[in-house]
Ligand binder design. Sequence first.
Ligand SMILES: Cc1cc2nc3c(=O)[nH]c(=O)nc-3n(C[C@H](O)[C@H](O)[C@H](O)COP(=O)(O)OP(=O)(O)OC[C@H]3O[C@@H](n4cnc5c(N)ncnc54)[C@H](O)[C@@H]3O)c2cc1C
Length: 406
Amino acid sequence: MKINFILGLILLCLFGLTISSCFKWAARAHDKLPDTTALNKSYNYQGKVIIVGAGAAGLAAAKVLEQNNIDYTILEASDRYGGRLKKDTTLADFPIDIGAEWIHSAPIVLNKLKGKAGDQIEEELIPYHLEETYNWDGQQYEKVSQAQNDFMYKFMPESKFKNSTWYDFVNENIAKEVKHKIEFNSPVTAINYSEEKVQVKTKDGTIHTADKVLVTVSIGVLKSNHITFTPDLSKERKDAINSIIFHPGFKLVMKFREKFYPDAINWTVDSGEKVFYDIAFKKEAQSNILGFLATGESVEAYYKLESEKAIVQSIIAELDKIYNGKASESYTGEYILENWGQHQFTMGTWTQAFQEKKSELKILNQPLDKKVYFAGEINDTYQQMGVPGAILSGYHSIDKLLTGQE
Ligand SMILES: Cc1cc2nc3c(=O)[nH]c(=O)nc-3n(C[C@H](O)[C@H](O)[C@H](O)COP(=O)(O)OP(=O)(O)OC[C@H]3O[C@@H](n4cnc5c(N)ncnc54)[C@H](O)[C@@H]3O)c2cc1C
């Protein structure tokens, strides 16, 4: 009896520990955040640095170089900066994130990303605590209980910007100071680090020379071998790159005359995600904007359709099935579809470092001959992932580059 009681107590404690560590992980808790970053340090580096990619990670690294008057250039493949951060102001009466949208980390992360001290954040956020959600498996439409929604919020207390976007945050706090150093339409095709100086070749044949290079392209771009390295990457590193899950996917944003849908509808899928969600949730907006996010295997069926319009039509038809034709009746015909999975400079949606092997992540973080360094969402060592992870990796990797660490 006594033994049973003690065993029960031990099991209860173990259960409690597991649950509390899950909660900590899910909140991307602030105890995982660094106290200071490269933004709070000063550097006296005399060489030239090239940053490949002007997404959140590349821009963040550039901010450190700018603050320390270090010679650098950012080579960006596309004609814009932000990478997987993008906003639209044409469809609704509020700005819409076409790429990253939620703050999955504890809100204090915003201060860390700006290099600002203190616990008070300046941004106005919406707690993403959903009230009316449903599950849909293609046949059954079932309401999710409030207790389940409450649990989800406690387990993963996410938030969203109230009147702005992730793009605005990065633009205002990071890009503004460094955008004059970006060379747009300059896709890097080759990096040669066999000599003392590193040679970086862009698609038009131009060779740029630097002492050190920071590569911030997505894992999808690295998988595609769009950039060749001399000497070649080791088999160990190629295997690590190929082992990382980077689902294809797209975000569709549709405008309706009426709001006939709830906060969110989760679609049961085997891999990745499929979800409809009210983008205007708690935004105090007049526009009715419904988002559809699809990643993983379920995306293949959409990619097989002959056009973007056909994809939108099939999704409206799916909604009609749930709501007896209300979607077609109310649809204004206005939409934005951003196909990140097939975009040549992204080639996927996002990574989730917690589901990858630590040993592979370590290999991806190692520089090549202390000359070519890597940053980007997958290189985040603070377990934040997404935009915060990308920015923190930019600060962390540029610190390693400037101080010559492995
Ligand atoms: C649909 C979607 C929804 C998301 N939702 C969220 C969310 O809610 N919250 C969150 O935190 N995160 C979210 N994410 C993930 C988040 O957007 C990324 O983690 C983050 O933006 C990655 O930044 P990065 O700098 O590492 O990479 P990227 O943004 O991919 O930047 C890489 C840059 O390199 C450039 N580039 C590529 N190839 C070359 C080349 N050969 N030469 C030169 N330049 C090159 C690209 O054009 C790009 O500008 C989402 C992503 C997607 C796609």
